[in-house]
Design a protein around this ligand. Structure first.
Ligand code: RTP
Ligand code: MG
Length: 147
């Protein structure tokens, strides 16, 4: 079973889309193992987006992600890193297809509602930036046997 870090960004929280975003992840059959509603600190935001440090949009990105609370989550599922990014849709709202979260709900780049890790290495680093080792819940989700 693979795991990833997914985060409803401040725009998703402000627009009241937390429930609908979570529903899409549940509908797909993914398993939620940790969740935390938090205000991201500047240091945490810079660590989270460290691969973008030095790029022209970095400062705006950190300002955006620290502009209000986010819902930080860990989800499990086979191939979840690839599958969740397909579900989320392209970064640019002009390229995000209908049927994806961004394609259906996001109207202005870079306010694209949800973050998803892009590799297992990123996932581990991003999870450790938001959650302690004991904060993930281990449990059986019987429906996963049927999907
Ligand atoms: P994310 O990391 O947030 O899940 O998004 P992503 O993988 O689809 O996109 P990434 O390339 O990692 O970029 C991270 C976030 O930075 C903002 N962005 N702005 N040219 C720009 O102004 C620009 N490029 C990227 C977006 O909010 C993007 O989600
Ligand atoms: Mg990214």
């Amino acid at each position: 079973m693979d795991r990833t870090f997914l985060m409803v960004k401040p725009d998703g929280v402000q627009r009241g889309l937390i429930g609908r975003i979570i529903s899409r992840l549940e509908d797909k059959g993914f398993k939620l193992t940790a969740a935390k509603f938090v205000q991201v600190t500047r240091e945490q935001a810079e660590r989270h987006y460290e691969e973008h440090k030095g790029k022209p949009f970095f400062e705006n990105l950190v300002n955006f992600i620290t502009s209000g609370p986010v819902l930080a989550m860990v989800w499990e599922g086979d191939d979840i890193i690839t599958l969740s990014r397909t579900l989320i849709g392209k970064t640019s709202v002009t390229e995000a297809l209908p049927g994806t979260i961004r394609g259906d709900f996001a109207a202005h780049t870079p306010f694209n509602l949800i973050h998803g890790s892009d590799s297992p290495q990123s996932a581990e680093r991003e999870i450790a930036n938001f959650f302690g080792p004991d904060e993930e819940v281990q449990y059986d989700k019987s429906v996963t046997a049927w999907i």
